[in-house]
Design a protein around this ligand. Structure first.
Ligand SMILES: [Zn+2]
Length: 236
């Protein structure tokens, strides 16, 4: 009886610790080691638009056409297994002058995972991207923004930057493009990193929101640059 209770409370305690650590990893922008960015320190009116979880035809292609209309550059944090499925879309992103980042191979949480798994998730996706012609530095974005000790340590050893964000309209959960656009227009500042998604079931509202925000922010004098262009601007 007592033994049963003891085990039960121990399990409860473990679950509680798991829950707390999980929450901290998800919500905190703090990272213990390695280089990470939630925004860039730039004086220019420049913003980094980032699109996660693709490539995802036909949405990615549609988005590329919208970006081209405004001569805007963006960064796509792609999932390795989608890269395997849609290599042509990656080539198209590159040919339009955008940037590709690594968003892991399988998009699983990088918390409570062993280092070998985490490293293979990053390396496998890098390898796929290199095969498709990505030549420059490949930055990383943690799936769900998760990070604790293992991921930052591995990223630091691989000399990879973890690119997070400071503007998150949660586009995947909002069907009204105007709401997504308003959120971004209201919160964006020089150096902001905006999180959007071209992956997932239906990205039509994200694409429409992109067209509207490009129009509005361009009228305000903003430019849209890739992550590495922003890093260069930041260095002065
Ligand atoms: Zn993601």
């Amino acid at each position: 009886m007592f033994k049963g209770l003891f085990i039960l409370s121990l399990l409860g305690l473990f679950y509680f610790i798991y829950y707390v650590v999980d929450t901290i990893a998800k919500t905190s922008k703090f990272q213990i080691i390695g280089e990470y960015f939630t925004h860039f320190q730039v004086k220019e009116k420049a913003i980094a638009l980032t699109y996660d979880d693709g490539p995802n035809p036909p949405y990615t292609e549609e988005l590329l056409d919208v970006l081209a209309e405004f001569n805007a550059k963006a960064t796509f944090f792609v999932i390795g297994k989608n890269v395997e499925q849609y290599p042509e879309t990656i080539k198209l992103i590159l040919s339009r002058g955008h940037e590709i980042g690594n968003h892991s191979y399988s998009h699983s949480k990088m918390v409570f995972k062993n280092p070998v798994f985490v490293k293979s998730e990053i390396e496998k996706t890098d390898r796929l991207l290199r095969e498709l012609g990505v030549e420059k530095e490949i930055n990383f974005r943690a799936p769900f923004g998760f990070k604790l000790v293992v991921l930052p340590y591995i990223l630091a050893k691989m000399q990879k930057k973890n690119i997070l964000w400071n503007v998150d309209p949660k586009d995947y959960a909002v069907s009204n493009p105007n709401k997504i656009k308003d959120y971004i227009v209201n919160l964006s500042k020089p150096g902001s990193i905006v999180l959007l998604h071209d992956g997932g079931e239906n990205c039509s509202s994200t694409i429409t929101a992109t067209r509207c925000l490009l129009q509005e922010l361009q009228e305000q004098g903003y430019q849209f640059k890739t992550v590495s262009e922003m890093l260069r601007l930041q260095m002065g």
